[in-house]
Design a protein around this ligand. Structure first.
Ligand SMILES: [Zn+2]
Length: 431
């Protein structure tokens, strides 16, 4: 299989060279922050950082303060419209996006022309990494609204020489029709939406495994790295499915290479990544992903606590890249672990079991207390099999692997919510 690189020299460089590149980027960023970014000037000042030269090696990043989402949101609320994390006068900014606001007030993000080029560059690493180049046609099943989502991917595809087909403002069937009529070979969307499109296609008598799609590029949810979900998508579409992840306030930061080694590469040329123990904040192999973006000078984040739970692998990949990998992709959120009857359960582990049952079309999980006991109910929609048998088999499998038996209830087809962007399938009613 041909392995393409966007920047082979850096992607395959020894660690010292990557760190030297990161260090010069970090010093440049800090210089700008201390010079003209009110938000970071204050934060760095409070942490006793007076000059970029105080950072002499990449580990010195540990002297810099963390950035929390709630600080950015509070700053923006106190300093409307856009807050004080702005390095340049407002007229330099040309792009506006905002977070989906699922966990509170939406956060507005601005980019300068140079910063938007940086987004494009990050996406060039991603798309080249998954094998996209000239001759490919990418269909974007994305709303193109204020959420940054795949806007950057749209630019990146152009930068790597591929053709972009926008699917904003269309329902599922017109999108399917458009991607078939235009013979797109790559579908860009969330993992949940790839499954929903396939479901709607089947109801309309279309077999998506017969379309021209050979590759799917996902983000927005852990799904594409959950083995059973990934397999379901690949089997349904008869195509390879690649994970990547990013955040509005941080950027697009990782991708799965064509060899699909079970991990996603971090774009270390454009960021400094740390994996820290969520309690001690010391470097760890498994813990919370903390990110500093080096190229978004206009509205940067330094040591941003993503809340994502990850496992680091620094071994050189078979693809030749030395960019570290997150083994198993985003394994969930550091704070999303459910404790049910004293047992630690991660939503991604539950999804992995449910998705192994091909007759389960959609599901949702609720944890609640009944007579002082934790209970878990899994609601499922079943297609093409005897519902009671599927429910009983799923309950037994979960009992075997999670060490407690949930109640599995079959609900009528198409009654559970479907998702285009961020899915919500887990509800803890005890909180
Ligand atoms: Zn690789």
């Amino acid at each position: 299989m041909e392995i393409k690189y966007w920047n082979k020299e850096l992607e395959t460089a020894e660690r010292e060279k990557i760190e030297a590149h990161q260090l010069s980027g970090l010093q440049h960023l800090l210089g700008k922050m201390l010079d003209s970014n009110a938000f970071y000037k204050k934060k760095l000042g409070e942490a006793g950082i007076k000059g970029a030269s105080e950072i002499q090696k990449i580990e010195d990043i540990a002297h810099l303060p963390f950035t929390l989402k709630k600080e950015l949101v509070a700053d923006q609320a106190e300093n409307p419209l856009f807050g004080t994390n702005l390095t340049y006068p407002l007229e330099r900014y040309v792009k506006f996006h905002q977070t989906s606001g699922t966990t509170g007030r939406p956060y507005r993000c601005l980019d300068t022309e140079e910063d938007w080029q940086w987004w494009t560059r990050c996406w060039s690493y991603i798309l080249t990494g998954v094998g996209v180049g000239p001759g490919d046609r990418l269909y974007f099943a994305f709303s193109f609204g204020p959420f940054v989502g795949f806007w950057g991917g749209f630019e990146g595809a152009r930068a790597v020489g591929a053709m972009t087909i926008p699917g904003g403002g269309l329902g599922s069937i017109p999108r399917l029709q458009s991607l078939m009529d235009n013979e797109a070979n790559t579908l860009v969307c969330t993992p949940s939406y790839a499954l929903r499109l396939a479901e709607e296609a089947r109801e309309a008598g279309i077999d998506v495994s017969k379309t021209s799609i050979t590759r799917l590029v996902h983000a927005g949810e852990p799904g594409a790295s959950i083995p059973a979900t990934k397999k379901r998508i690949e089997d349904t579409w008869g195509a390879k499915c690649f994970d990547h992840h990013g955040m509005t306030e941080v950027g697009a930061m990782s991708f799965e290479c064509v060899l699909q080694t079970g991990g996603i590469h971090l774009i270390e040329a454009e960021y400094v990544f740390e994996v820290l123990d969520p309690v001690t904040h010391k470097p760890a192999d498994e813990g919370e992903l903390v990110v500093t973006n080096l190229g978004r000078i206009g509205m940067p984040v330094i040591r941003y606590r993503t809340g994502d739970r990850v496992k680091l692998n620094r071994e050189r990949c078979e693809c030749g890249r030395t960019f570290a990998r997150l083994q198993g992709g985003m394994m969930g959120r550091v704070d999303d672990m459910l404790i049910v009857r004293g047992i630690n359960v991660f939503p991604t582990a539950i999804e992995n079991i449910v998705r192994e049952f091909s007759a389960v079309e959609e599901f949702s999980v609720e944890v609640y207390r009944k007579r002082e006991m934790d209970e878990m109910e899994v609601k499922i929609e079943v297609v093409g099999a005897e519902p009671a048998a599927v429910a009983s088999a799923l309950a037994s499998e979960m009992q075997k692997r999670l060490a407690f038996r949930p109640t599995v209830t079959v609900v009528p087809a198409s009654t559970l919510p479907r998702f285009e962007l961020k899915s919500k399938r887990f509800f803890d009613k005890r909180k």
